[in-house]
Ligand binder design. Structure first.
Ligand code: ADP
Length: 344
């Protein structure tokens, strides 16, 4: 109980909390003095709509041995706010009224779940109108090309560049809901890493005249994988490198190959990442410190998706970075041995 990695509460069926550890007291916002004075009752802390789940658990403990199946409920904190918890309970002995519960705070998990649900819904809703705008813009460009109207054509090209960004964003959002539902699909095709990287670099170079993107080294090998997904990883790393190095002029992409792996690094000379953030940046929705948020818009999903894709191929992805100097993101993919021992 003293290790305080989760809430532990000893209670009586009449509502009394006999003893609780610091984790639980902190969770519900009461002091130990208030607990000892008998001010804390699990019944009073339970919002009325959850009374039946407590009753069901008590019934289960009484009828099927001492243990209740873990369930989710909410507690009312002292300040009136609510905290969602996962709770597992057992009676201390059969046909007694006292028991113990183990309580996990699931606020963060619940928030993530709600975010996932919202994103899945919103991205599907956005996709249809976006697809139709892209198609009409394409038509509009063709008409303007025929008419030779240069100024209007310039505007349409700008629109198309922004639409491409929007499409990428919506497709990242769709991917995230697919990852969550374990429905991300992967094609199986022969992918030449050198060609793929060059293609992605050429495309992104068109949209960023400020930075010069250099390619060094060669992977000189092919993988069996999904070209678009692997391209997406390179693209996500490159767009970050550009986004987070607004003052720099160069981004370096390096390719290398060992007998077992192909490695691709993207190095920038930008703002870098503080050590305490480096461990979290691959988490979904994680973004660097809040003061950055206004300067560098984003959703905190690019690296998460990249990591999921690399993990699918049994590869590794990591970052080395010094704050104020820049970052290097590297991913390494294992080479598979094809028939006849040739490296694929
Ligand atoms: P987003 O860029 O939309 O926030 P990502 O998942 O791509 O989402 O990145 C997560 C976080 O990692 C970013 O918010 C940023 O703090 C940090 N980060 C990623 N790439 C870089 C980079 N090249 N330089 C500095 N920080 C980076």
């Amino acid at each position: 109980a003293d290790s305080n990695i989760l809430g532990i509460v000893f209670w009586d069926l009449d509502g009394t909390i006999i003893q609780a550890n610091d984790y639980f007291l902190k969770l519900i916002g009461y002091t130990r003095a208030e607990l000892l004075e008998g001010q804390v009752s699990w019944k009073d802390m339970t919002p009325s709509e959850y009374a039946y789940v407590d009753a069901r658990a008590i019934e289960e403990m009484n009828t099927h041995g001492f243990l209740a199946t873990p369930f989710e409920k909410e507690y009312l904190r002292k300040d009136g706010s609510r905290v969602p918890v996962l709770i597992g309970s057992t009676l201390l002995a059969p046909s007694q009224s006292q028991g113990v519960s183990f309580i996990l705070d699931v606020s963060e998990r619940k928030e993530l779940r709600q975010k996932d649900e919202f994103i899945s819904m919103a991205s599907h809703e956005l996709k249809t109108p976006l697809t139709s705008i892209v198609a009409y813009t394409d038509l509009l460009r063709l008409v303007l090309e025929q008419e030779g109207s240069q100024q209007a054509l310039g505007y349409v090209l700008k629109m198309e560049a922004q639409l491409e960004k929007l499409t990428r964003l919506v497709s990242d959002l769709l991917d995230i809901s697919r990852v969550q539902a374990d429905k991300l699909t992967y094609a199986q095709e022969l992918v030449g890493m050198d060609d793929l990287v060059r293609e992605v670099v050429e495309n992104i170079q068109l949209t960023t005249p400020r930075h010069r993107i250099l390619i060094k080294g060669k992977a000189a090998g092919e993988l069996i994988g999904d070209r678009d997904r692997l391209g997406q990883v390179v693209l996500n790393l490159l767009s970050n490198a550009i986004k987070y190095s607004p003052q720099a002029e160069t981004v370096v992409v390096s390719l290398a190959r060992t007998p077992e792996e192909i490695a691709v690094s993207v190095q920038d000379f930008g703002i870098g990442i503080p050590a305490h953030c480096q461990v979290r940046i691959f988490e979904r929705f994680y973004r660097g410190s809040s003061h950055m948020e206004k300067r560098f818009p984003g959703l905190g999903i690019g690296l998460y998706i990249a990591q999921q894709i690399i993990a699918h191929y049994g590869g590794r992805i990591w970052v080395e970075s010094v704050e104020g100097q820049g970052s290097t993101f590297t991913f390494a993919l294992p080479l598979q041995r094809g028939e006849g021992g040739s490296l694929l």
